[in-house]
Design a binder for this molecule. Structure first.
Ligand SMILES: [Zn+2]
Length: 203
């Protein structure tokens, strides 16, 4: 059996993220969501709670989605902790992983944020000119056992919902099982806490 994790950045919101949850629910698979704190409000928090109840894990992707690599330790902690307290208020627990905005990392960030950092394999799905078909092709082409697929559920990004809808059955037919991020590390029996490391494939 091969394992893969779909991860989605830049939510929460009540449109694209909701549609993505519909696709995941229909296929009965979990995924990981990396939230931007300043996008958490009353409406979007409901979507986060729905994801959590579906077996998705909820992770931290900063508060303002700024490049944090030039920030002081105090500013980095502020970005991280503001989002942590909102996540905790929303689902009753803190996150376990951090994804740096723009995958831009500094020594200060590793000093300030103690949980493991997660990157992933993307398909440039933040560019409107990359069609749903191209996104799907790229995901399928680069898929491998233990991979963290990095996608976006930002506003208007419906092409990624379409792409995910089409790749799930194909990957299943190729022997992949979809698991959330903590589960991926557990199954692979790999401790994610490696200092100054950023994960793309768990192997
Ligand atoms: Zn992002």
């Amino acid at each position: 059996m091969k394992y893969i994790t779909l991860s989605f950045d830049d939510g929460p919101n009540a449109n694209v993220m909701s549609d993505m949850l519909d696709v995941l629910e229909f296929n009965r698979i979990p995924a990981s969501f990396f939230l931007v704190g300043n996008k958490i409000n009353e409406d979007s928090a409901k979507v986060v709670r729905r994801a959590f109840k579906m077996g998705c894990d909820i992770q931290n992707h900063s508060f303002t989605h700024s490049d944090m690599s030039k920030m002081s330790i105090a500013m980095i902690q502020d970005e991280y902790e503001k989002t942590e307290s909102l996540i905790e208020k929303c689902i009753g627990k803190r996150s376990e992983f951090f994804r740096p905005p723009y995958i831009s990392v500094s020594g200060n960030m590793h000093k300030a944020i103690k949980v493991p950092f997660v990157g992933g394999k993307g398909c440039e799905d933040w560019l409107p000119e990359i069609t749903a078909e191209q996104r799907a092709e790229r995901i399928l082409k680069s898929a491998e056992d233990g991979q963290i697929v990095l996608l976006h559920v930002m506003e208007e990004n419906y092409a990624t919902v379409q792409a995910v809808k089409s790749v799930i059955p194909v990957l299943k037919s190729r022997g992949y099982e979809f698991v959330n991020l903590p589960e991926l590390f557990r199954i692979k029996n790999i401790n994610p806490c490696i200092p100054s490391h950023i994960w793309t494939t768990v192997k």
